[in-house]
Ligand binder design. Structure first.
Ligand SMILES: [Ca+2]
Ligand SMILES: [Ca+2]
Length: 580
């Protein structure tokens, strides 16, 4: 963990200035920006280089927040090339900016390693201080009456072990798990050389499979148990009736159930299993038979979904027992159909999947969320067409058409995303609009937006949007309205009390490292249940580092997946041993 003093953070200095900067670090040779809150620093900004020279700021611009009406000054320090620690001083305040060739190597690795720390059903033995005995074996899970079928009636005992804990709670949800894997697969497919060498110190680090794929497989092994073998439908989730308390996994005693087979879970499952069948094909030594099994399960799941197009999750209808845990409810499966049809076409080349993809294709690019996965399909078409063109493979006209329309939608999205940066409060595409803030915003808008920008660059073979993605990293890691670096274990002011049961229940003060919290959320859906009070109602300041705050301070696998895709991508671009 990096802990460095910065006199400005969290403390109002006597001249009223606060310096906000990326607390993890910046890239050598890239433009560096800090934001000063309060009075105009004018020509008083001094930057001392690692070898003691004093530089002046390149420019200072005033920005008034449309959210809080606070006046801030965006200080451009220019491109800092020498590696080392720079001291940035304004009046009596100063802080350190770390400049290096690979500033995100450690945090990117930690963001993926987090998935190891939240594995369920196995003892954690390579977690250092976070080692723990096996919890939630899930070998005696009951089929809930909402999920009963003639050959698997209510009360049937099934074994459904492994998989990651979803979020702050201990349940396992197919919709969110599939989406998380999908995000990380999307990055993996475009950065295979990077992920081939990325080691996360997991039990599988010694094998020949990339650790990212090993980690995904830990969850996919649970997926293999979530399909009803008699009809192909996929259970929506594996859950206790109610959330457990803030206790350790080994202390949890509630009976767990698989509940209602749904169209959304089944299609998400089909998409990810189809992709997995393709991506694990070269790794049959470690995972023999998996490709054939996953391909067959994906096709069966798709067929079930087509026959049950309105099987949406209806938690309020579940009785005996009623279920009150995360619903992941969704009233439109058009986007899930598009994603699953896309993945199955890439796997099988069957015309029927292409026809469905064409029927359900989206009209505009939006950052993906668990409930709207259309962009996962969009990413897949672009990746597919790009790979074919690199291999000079001829594709059907309709496929090329899909690839190019998805790309033009993405490019429009990116141009729109970056256009207000020159006047923004924190000099980033993310963070200046009220709509940028809400439940899980740092993942769904900040990280996923940055991933979209990096994706567009990759498709064009350019670096038009790279600098804007870096600006979102700056926002996420400290150059923002609260001054928090929003990833646990990194920076000098980061969340210490995330809404995360294992972190809260263990005897260790620091939470699991590498977790992205949801972030500022003016909805404050948790405020009536909390003892503490949010410090502000302003959208970009409505955040509280409190264990009870599930609306601003929870963690989740989909959020961390977006962090993995984003930060690993940035780190891959900095690895000069790899081509772009
Ligand atoms: Ca490995
Ligand atoms: Ca949907």
């Amino acid at each position: 963990m990096m802990v460095l003093a910065c006199a400005s953070l969290g403390v109002q200095a006597k001249d009223g200035l606060q310096i906000r900067r990326n607390q993890v670090g910046g890239y050598s040779g890239q433009e560096q920006v800090v934001v000063v809150e309060g009075a105009n620093p004018g020509g008083k900004v001094r930057v001392t280089t690692p070898d003691g020279k004093v530089l002046k700021a390149k420019s200072v611009r005033k920005a008034v927040s449309p959210l809080s009406q606070k006046t801030r000054y965006v200080v451009n320090l220019g491109n800092l090339s020498a590696v080392g620690d720079y001291r940035v001083a304004v009046g009596n305040e100063s802080c350190v900016l770390h400049i290096s060739e690979r500033p995100y190597r450690d945090i990117a690795t930690a963001s993926l390693r987090l998935f190891y720390l939240i594995r369920s059903g196995v003892p954690i033995e390579q977690g250092g201080a976070y080692n723990r005995p096996l919890g939630h074996p899930d070998t005696k899970v009951l089929v809930h009456n909402s999920a009963a079928s003639p050959l698997r009636p209510a009360g049937t005992v099934i074994s459904s072990p492994l998989g990651w804990y979803d979020a702050g709670d201990y349940n396992k949800y197919v919709v969110n798990s599939a989406f998380s894997i999908g995000l990380m697969f999307a990055a993996y497919e475009l950065l295979p050389e990077y992920f081939a060498q990325l080691k996360t110190n997991i039990p599988e680090s010694g094998n020949a499979t990339p650790d990212l794929l090993d980690e995904m497989m830990f969850n996919l092994r649970w997926f293999l148990t979530m399909q009803d073998p008699y009809d192909g439908g996929v259970y929506h989730k594996l859950t206790t009736p109610n959330f457990e308390g803030f206790i350790l996994p080994t202390a949890c005693q509630q009976q767990r159930y698989v509940v209602m087979k749904t169209v959304t879970a089944t299609l998400d499952f089909a998409a990810v299993m189809a992709d997995a069948a393709r991506l694990y094909e070269p790794y049959q030594t470690e995972y023999p038979g998996f490709t054939a099994q996953a391909a067959a399960m994906a096709e069966r799941a798709y067929q079930w979904a087509k026959q049950n197009p309105t099987a949406f999750y209806r938690q309020e209808q579940l009785k005996d027992p009623a279920v009150t845990t995360g619903a992941y409810g969704d009233n439109s499966a058009d986007d899930e159909l598009f994603w699953a049809a896309t993945a199955l076409y890439r796997l099988t080349g069957k015309q029927t999947y292409l026809d469905d993809a064409l029927r359900y294709k989206p009209q505009r690019f939006t950052t993906p969320t668990w409930g709207n996965v259309a962009s996962m399909g969009a990413y897949a078409w672009m990746t597919f067409v790009r790979a074919a063109s690199l291999e000079t493979k001829v594709l059907p006209e309709a496929v090329n058409g899909l690839g190019s329309s998805m790309l033009s939608q993405l490019n429009s999205y990116c141009d729109e995303a970056v256009k207000a940066v020159p006047t923004s409060s924190f000099n980033a595409p993310y963070g200046d609009k009220a709509s940028d803030f809400g439940w899980g915003c740092l993942a769904e808008f900040c990280c996923c937006q940055a991933m979209a920008l990096l994706f567009a660059d990759k498709m064009a073979g350019s670096d038009k949007y790279h600098r804007y993605a870096l600006q979102n990293a700056d926002y996420l890691l400290g150059r923002n309205a609260t001054g928090y670096c929003y990833v646990t274990g990194f920076g000098d002011k980061s969340p210490m009390h995330p809404h995360h049961r294992p972190s809260a229940a263990d005897a260790i003060e620091a939470p699991f490292p590498g977790m992205l919290v949801g972030g500022p959320n003016p909805g404050q859906q948790d405020k009536k249940e909390m003892k503490a009070t949010y410090p502000s109602n302003v959208p970009d300041e409505s955040y509280i580092d409190d264990v009870e705050s599930y609306a601003s301070n929870e963690i989740a696998i989909n959020w961390n997946a977006s962090l993995v895709a984003f930060l690993c991508w940035l780190d891959a671009l900095a690895d000069t041993s790899l081509g772009r």
